[in-house]
Structure formats: structure tokens, C-alpha cells
Design a protein around this ligand. Sequence first.
Ligand SMILES: [Zn+2]
Ligand SMILES: [Zn+2]
Length: 133
Amino acid sequence: MFCRNCATQLDDKAIACIKCGTDPKKGLEFCSNCGNPTDPKAIICVNCGVGFLAANKDCNKILAGLLAILLGSLGIHKFVMGYNKEGVIMLVIGILTCGAVSFIIGLIEGIVYLTKSDEDFVATYVTGKKGWF
Ligand SMILES: [Zn+2]
Ligand SMILES: [Zn+2]
């Protein structure tokens, strides 16, 4: 792997860069897979195609999963994940059914989110924009 901050080649299991001292997965300047310069806003490397979101979105997966289970009937996890339309639908369903139906949807979605791998979660919900389950 390459340091995403300074492009130094490192051991795959390195937790800090031996040259710049930062977390090698947290930088935005270089691809961790091929060391090519990357656009800080890019979500994949245009040179080798590797995705960058898996490491950074880890906490969002857990946050979305917990919100879905705890506050699923309000659709909060949908808003957190950027699914505003689905969030409003969840909220309306929740109001119409006194939270029963949307609570079950949220519970199922929360379990689905938490049991997915990071790569799978990003591919499905961040890249794929899948709105439900
Ligand atoms: Zn570095
Ligand atoms: Zn690359």
C-alpha cells in the first residue's frame, strides 16, 4: 500500500506512515493502491479503479445501522445516508401506521446494514444508491 498523504510505499498492515507519520489510509492526495495522485474529492482511483470510501465510511455504516434500529420509524437513518426522499416516505409511513410498519422496516434495514461488509455497504448504498434494504 501507499501512504495517501505522501505516496511512500508501506507495508499493507502499517497503521502509520514511516515518512510523514499520518494514518496512511486517511490522506486524500494519493491512491493507496497504486500511489498515483488523486483528486481529494474522488471516490475511486481513476488510474487503478480502487474505491476509497470503505475506510472512511465505516462509522457511517454503524451509525446508519444503529439509527435504523433505534429510530427507524422516523426514517432518521435515511437522512443520515443522504436518502432524503426515502426518509420522508419512512416518516409518512411511520405517521400513518403509528410507527409500526416503519419500525419493522428500520429494524430489518439496520440489521442488513450492520451485517454487510464495509465494501459491500459502500457498493450498495454509497455507490449504488439503493434506497431500500
Ligand atoms: Zn506518508
Ligand atoms: Zn490507484
